[in-house]
Each structure stands twice: as C-alpha cells, then as structure tokens.
Design a protein around this ligand. Structure first.
Ligand SMILES: [Zn+2]
Length: 397
C-alpha cells in the first residue's frame, strides 16, 4: 500500500497524518510505503501549489514544469509492481452531502469524504473500490467526533468525462490498474481533527490489505495533537549543531553556521531550513518554527568525547546530545578547547570547570520560550582563529 500526503501544500491534515505514520508507526506485517511531502515546496510556502495544482498534472506535464521531477517520480512509484493500493490524502472544503443542505454542506463540497473514481476496477488486486471505501467510511463514522463530521462516499465517475479528475493522481493510478482512493478531511476542522480522521482512514485501508501495525499512542484527537507537537530533532552538519524543536523561541541569535554551506537532517520529513536574506528560517510543514541568525564560523570535527558532571554524577556526551539537568552541570576542561555556555556570564573566557545552576542563566539566551534549554558550545583555537567544534544542549528539568 502506498500513502501520499502533501500533494497540495495548504492541506496539513493529509501531510501531518502521513508524516506521523512514517515516523511513529511500526509496521509488523506487510509493506507500507509513505510519501508524506509530495509537493514539499508548496508545503513550506503554505500554498496550494507553487506552480499550479500538482493534482492536475498527472495526465500531461511539460518537461520544464518545476513539478516535473516530483510527478514523474511518484508516477513510477505508483506504477511499481509492489504497489496494489494507493491512498492520496487531502483536506477539502466544507462537508460533502449528497443533497444540498446549506452553503457549507452540499454536493459540491469535498470535506470528510472517501473518494473513488469509479465503482469497480477490474484487473486490480482489490477491484471493488466502492465496497472498500464503504468499509472505511463506516469505520470512520463509528469514531466520529460530531454528527456534522459524518463521512460519505463521493464517486467522481472520472472516466465518464470529469475532465479535471482525469488529470489527477488517483485516476493515473486507476489507469495503472491500482486500486486508488482519496481521503478528504474537512478544512473546517483543526489540524489535529483532520489528522485524526486521516489516520482512521489510513489504518482501515491497511486492514483491508492485511498490513498490521502498532503505534505508540491512542488514536484520540488529544494524542494526535501530542504526536504532531512532539519534540523534533534538527541536526546541522552531522550533529555539530542541534536543535530540539519544541516550544522554540521565534529567533535564535549567533548560530554558528558555516558561511559556505547549510547542511541539515531531521527526524521529521516536514522540517525544512530555508535561506533568507540575513540567515535562515525553520519550517515544520506549514508552521513557522524559528529564525536562525547566524554568526559564521569555520568548523572543525565536532567533539565526540565531552566529559561533564551533572548533579554530582560523571557523564560522557558527544556533540549534538541533549543533557537533562536538575540542579547543576560542570563541563570538564579540555586542552585547546574553549567552552562557551550561551547565556552564562563568567569572569573567565573558558567556562569549563564551573558549576552552573539555572539561576545563573540569562533566560533571554535560552532556545526555548520557558527558559529551560541552553546551548553549550565548544571552540578550538586554530591558526589564530576560533573554530566551532560542536555543542550540546542542557535542559533544566
Ligand atoms: Zn487537495
């Protein structure tokens, strides 16, 4: 089974759900492929498509279209012989109803629907599209938060002449004999409610194809919100500089980046670091996280062996680690290395060997809004210059 999120960047329910499945779920039987961020440029810019609607480019796409590579690649994945069911996740307007009720609930709306292009697809592994979508719809409706959210099936009858839907991803999948579905969560709902409904759908489609899984949380809106907001690790230059994204301040100053290049990786596929005029900004999907105001340094190999005393106990750390501290920490002196605890004012240039408690820290230098997490940075003198040699985070708990 193939799950796709983020074909349109302004539909966070779909890409957050796909991302949570990719990062948090454990598949114990069968095979699930997840593409959580298909149109990543539009996700981080929070628009429907940076160069028009990607979901209308599956019939034909020009070679010079900026989406050409993404569309061509995902078509190959869809057509792969290992894929038998394709699920594309969307957030749609209002609430679909078979009959007109009001402006928000009527047949023209897409929100809270299980979408099929046709009743059946002969030759596909799971030919009865309508029966499968009905099973998923019923499962969602058993877990509905509010009667107004009731899911319906929407059959776009694409092959009968829906010129727009003929250009869509799911219809392309149908032409490849893949059982294809779209799940829509209403844009009237908040992000965690949309994600909740998408996860209910993804899980039921997995059951349809016999995929078994575990997840580390209960499927409730509250736990889904926690999964969306849980701490995310963002590492620069192979753990030379690390941020744990959770409750971060809107701007971080004097970030020791290399002038020549930015290089990062994250535990979450929706994290992007984007160049701006005077630095960088960090995005988590549609959400702005923080701005990095750099102070450029040359880097040397980040320290792999940092000795410190935390609350009276000896510890070893390496660059990029986050250390929990109850009362105090004390970084061991190292030859040729200068320790700089950001937000701590010592009389000494090298702040190693000092017992540091939270009340000595200046809250304005913490990386988080609460004033609990601080950067401890290491610099090496070389050729008369200070070169950045890695860092750890300390978190007062
Ligand atoms: Zn959409």
């Amino acid at each position: 089974m193939l799950v796709i999120g983020g074909i349109q960047g302004d539909e966070p329910g779909g890409f957050l759900a796909a991302s949570i499945v990719a990062t948090d779920y454990n598949i114990t039987k069968g095979s699930l492929w997840v593409v959580p961020n298909l149109n990543f440029p539009s996700i981080i810019q929070r628009n429907r498509g940076t160069k028009g609607d990607m979901n209308r480019k599956f019939g034909h796409i020009d070679q010079d279209d900026p989406d050409f590579k993404a569309v061509t690649n995902i078509k190959k994945v869809i057509a792969d012989q290992n894929v038998s069911l394709v699920l594309n996740l969307h957030d749609g307007s209002g609430f679909y109803r078979p009959n007109y009720i009001n402006e928000d609930e009527n047949p023209r709306k897409w929100g809270n629907t299980c979408i099929i292009d046709q009743e059946r697809l002969e030759g596909a592994k799971y030919p009865d599209l309508n029966a499968i979508a009905t099973r998923v719809k019923d499962k969602i409706n058993e877990n509905i938060l509010n009667q107004k959210h009731t899911y319906f099936i929407k059959n776009t009858q694409t092959a009968k002449g829906d010129l727009e839907m003929l250009k869509s991803l799911t219809y392309y999948a149908v032409t490849q004999d893949k059982s294809a579905f779209a799940n829509e969560a209403s844009k009237n709902l908040n992000a965690e409610q949309r994600t909740y409904y998408h996860l209910l759908a993804i899980e039921e489609y997995m059951r349809v194809v016999g995929i078994e899984f575990t997840r580390p949380f209960k499927l409730t809106v509250q736990d889904v919100k926690k999964a969306i907001e849980k701490e995310i690790r963002l590492s620069f230059y192979d753990d030379a500089f690390v941020l744990n994204i959770h409750n971060l301040k809107g701007a971080l100053n004097f970030v020791p980046l290399k002038k020549s290049e930015i290089n990062y990786s994250s535990s979450n596929p929706l994290i992007a670091v984007i160049k701006e005029q005077n630095g960088y900004k960090v995005q988590y999907g549609n959400r702005f996280v923080t701005r990095l105001n750099p102070q450029y340094f040359e880097h040397v190999e980040p320290l792999k062996d940092i000795s410190l005393i935390v609350d009276g106990k000896n510890l070893n750390a390496k660059s990029g680690d986050k250390i929990g501290v109850k009362n105090s920490f004390n970084i061991a002196k190292q030859s040729e290395i200068r320790t700089n605890v950001i937000g701590y004012n010592s009389k000494n240039i090298d702040e190693a060997g000092e017992n540091i408690t939270k009340n000595r820290m200046l809250k304005s230098f913490s990386i988080d809004k609460e004033g609990n997490v601080y950067r401890v940075e290491f610099y090496k003198k070389q050729e008369g210059k200070d070169k950045f040699a890695g860092m750890i985070l300390v978190e007062f708990r």
